[in-house]
Unconditional design. Structure first.
Lengths: 229, 108
């Protein structure tokens, strides 16, 4: 690609404020246009004809009503970070109860750390508009998905963590919301709720995040296209 | 012609150009220039955002043309686009006739 065209596309890319999926399409279209124009008119004239890169990037900026949709990747990243932050008290409860019944949380913590690290890295990179953030969304969904399935089945590190939680309630270390029930029944109910909410909530969040950052939308049916004249 | 004069009419012109046949951005600009005898020589970069906007409004459809040596995005009018074009043509006829009457300029 000619240097001038390359520089022009870099300038547009730096100023484009659209969803990453659309960004690729915009830059591909402009690149194809500039190639063709440069072949016919020469590079300098092609760059003059296409106009100021800042003006072109600005013209792609979404209208107010479309802005949330175009920024859905960053909204999803912010939501994911917020959800992780809000789940910290629940995680602290789990850790405290496991601690009181003498369950080590080292293994569950080590097993869950990669998901948390990938999630934070992906969200921060998406918020910083770095393409790597979106590329981490699929590994994150796989990690969260497998953890969610294991949690639902009561297996793996989260299964251990929930067993400790259940024992903690059964021993009476946590009795909130248990009135009118035996501690054993309360422990079973609470643990079941946490298991279901954590698994399905985390899975829904990870899949929603994946769709938002990759720009996935349900495919529209297309008609047959006539040939370009 | 000053690009500002075209601003309110760009949608009509793009829809009309694409009503002839599907085309990629470069070809749309070329047809626009040719059909206007060089009068509509606007900054080419402004045509792409307009094409994207019309597509989002459901008036155009687009897909990558991988058949030629260079990969290009090809735009085509949708049924809604054809209806919108007919509507805008009628509006333009009324508008141009009214301006002509007031300004004392006869339309050929």
């Amino acid at each position: 690609m000619p240097d001038g065209v390359d520089r022009y596309l870099d300038q547009v890319a730096a100023l484009l404020r659209v969803h990453p999926r659309r960004r690729g399409r915009v830059l591909d279209e402009l690149a194809a246009h500039l190639y063709e124009s440069a072949e016919v008119h020469g590079e300098d004239e092609a760059l003059r004809r296409i106009g100021d890169p800042a003006a072109v990037a600005r013209a792609f900026a979404p209208r107010r009503r479309d802005r949330l949709w175009e920024e859905r990747d960053r909204l999803a990243a912010a939501s994911m970070l917020l959800a992780m932050l809000l789940s910290l008290p629940m995680a602290a409860d789990l850790v405290a109860l496991n601690d009181r019944v003498g369950h080590s949380i080292r293994w569950p913590a080590l097993a869950l750390a990669p998901s948390a690290l990938v999630a934070v890295a992906s969200c921060v990179l998406v918020l910083a508009r770095r393409p790597l953030g979106a590329r981490l969304a699929l590994p994150l969904a796989v990690l969260v998905g497998s953890t969610a399935v294991a949690t639902l089945l009561g297996a793996g590190p989260t299964g251990d963590l929930l067993n400790g939680y259940q024992q903690g309630i059964r021993h009476g270390y946590e009795t909130a919301g248990c009135s009118g029930r035996t501690l054993a029944a309360c422990a079973s109910d609470h643990t079941g709720e946490v298991r279901l909410n954590f698994s399905l909530g985390a899975l829904a969040l990870a899949l929603g995040y994946l769709a938002a950052v990759t720009g996935w939308v349900p495919r529209r049916p297309r008609g047959r296209r006539a040939h370009v004249a | 012609m000053k690009p500002d004069l075209l601003k309110g009419h760009l949608d009509l012109l793009l829809l009309a150009v694409l009503a002839e046949a599907p085309a990629h951005g470069y070809l749309v600009i070329d047809r626009l220039r040719q059909a206007s005898g060089g009068t509509f020589d606007l900054p080419e970069g402004t045509v792409y955002p307009a094409l994207h906007r019309l597509e989002r409004a459901g008036l155009l459809d687009s897909s990558w043309d991988e058949a030629s040596a260079r990969r290009r995005r090809v735009y085509d009018l949708t049924a809604r686009g054809r209806a919108a074009l007919a509507e805008r043509r009628a509006e333009w006829r009324g508008f141009a006739a009214a301006v002509g009457r007031v300004a004392g300029v006869g339309l050929a």
